[in-house]
Design a protein around this ligand. Structure first.
Ligand code: HEC
Ligand code: HEC
Length: 339
């Protein structure tokens, strides 16, 4: 028993020390898709192009607003083609490039794999097939030219290259220099005394055991490695609090919806907390209206703790310090239908 306790304590100590770190300058880049300015520019156009959707009205940017928003849509659940709604909240795309797994249930292992989903999701972009997307893009001369310039092969306009370009653009959506990052790099003025108390509570209460940094989403991606099951956690971990009914926390079955395995019921990927002040409403279903309430829900459902007002507010002050510098994004000029 003693030995086990010592070992797990040592583990906790190491993870706690490694737990808070500034955002690295660059996310991992897949070996088969190096970054280039032309690829990023192409990916940006595709990200903003509503022609990737059935009726030409919905682009990735419709639900992931990086021009004036937090990289999400500010709604509880997203609205796709013809006003259809799904059951999940749109997470931010800012810093998604650092995450090991994508989606609330971690069902995609990379940005490339993720980007294939929305185009053919009936409540998002609703295209009948990926082939239909490719055929449509092939009719746009400006895209044919750019795909040839970026990918060069005999048949450059393929689904794999479409998602490579989109993912390359997403790898530029990084928000460095948050007050917390500056604090961790030694600028002790970067956080108020209240936010510093919040940071300590975040560590002492063990929020950090799940939301470890630099992403605050568990462990950072190691290039080449694909999937980390310990990035998934049960939510609510402590069932039966008032929040289960109030925010319908157990309606969605989480990762079970994908795997149909009992052990995956209510398992979710730990979400990043970077820019979390900008990405409300909260949780997979967007039912929790504000950040202070989200913090209380977490303390109760994940740690079985009721927070005092002062504690909840201090943690919120700390989380607000995770808002980074959002690089300015302009809508790109899109290639014309015909030339
Ligand atoms: C109709 C709204 C909508 C559109 C259009 C849309 N998304 Fe999303 N996006 C969502 C929702 C909702 C989720 C979460 C779904 C889930 O987890 O089941 C999501 C998840 C993501 C994630 C995962 C982020 C994370 O933290 O797990 C990324 C990255 C992303 N979308 C990028 C894109 C790209 C690229 C496109 C265009 C090809 C796109 N989205 C189109 C709503 C949308
Ligand atoms: C046992 C793991 C675990 C612990 C401990 C934990 N969280 Fe979470 N946190 C999660 C998971 C999983 C989710 C996603 C919930 C969902 O799917 O709706 C989440 C979601 C959140 C969200 C909402 C993010 C969003 O974009 O909607 C916030 C804010 C948050 N956690 C803060 C905290 C704070 C503050 C603490 C400590 C009081 C904490 N968490 C403790 C696992 C954990």
């Amino acid at each position: 028993m003693r030995i086990v306790a010592a070992v797990s304590l040592a583990f906790v100590a190491t993870t706690a020390q490694a737990a808070l770190a500034p955002l690295p300058a660059m996310p991992p880049v897949p070996a088969d898709s190096p970054m280039s300015a032309a690829k990023v520019a192409l990916g940006k156009q595709l990200f903003f192009d509503p022609r990737l959707s059935l009726d030409g009205t919905v682009s990735c940017a419709s639900c992931h607003d990086v021009v004036k928003g937090g990289g999400n849509d500010g709604r509880a659940t997203a609205i796709g083609v013809a006003g259809k709604t799904g059951s999940r909240n749109a997470p931010t795309v800012w810093n998604a490039a650092f995450l090991n797994t994508q989606f609330w249930d971690g069902r995609a292992a990379s940005l490339e794999e993720q980007a294939k989903g929305p185009m053919i999701n009936p409540v998002e972009m609703a295209m009948p097939s990926h082939n239909a997307v490719i055929q449509r893009l092939k009719k746009i001369p400006g895209y044919s030219r750019q795909f040839a310039a970026v990918f060069g092969d005999r048949d450059p306009l393929t689904l794999d290259n479409v998602v490579r370009a989109i993912a390359a653009y997403e790898r530029t959506l990084l928000t460095p220099d948050s007050p917390v990052d500056r604090f961790l790099k030694g600028d002790k003025q970067a956080l108020t005394a209240q936010a510093q108390r919040g940071m300590k509570l975040f560590q002492d209460l063990r929020c950090v055991s799940c939301h470890s940094s630099p992403t605050y989403a568990g462990y950072i991606t190691i290039p080449g490695a694909l999937f980390y099951p310990w990035n998934l956690q049960r939510f609510p971990f402590f069932k039966g609090s008032i929040y289960d009914a109030k925010y319908e926390l157990t309606k969605d079955l989480g990762r079970y919806e994908v795997t149909k395995q009992e052990k995956d019921k209510h398992m979710y990927r730990i979400p990043s907390l970077r820019n979390v002040d900008l990405t409300g409403p909260y949780m997979h279903n967007g039912k929790v209206p504000n950040l202070e309430e989200a913090v209380r829900v977490m303390a109760k459902t994940q740690l079985n703790k009721e927070l005092r007002d002062e504690e909840a507010k201090a943690i919120v002050a700390f989380l607000k310090g995770l808002t980074g510098r959002l690089p300015k994004q302009d809508k790109p000029r899109l290639p014309a239908d015909r030339q």
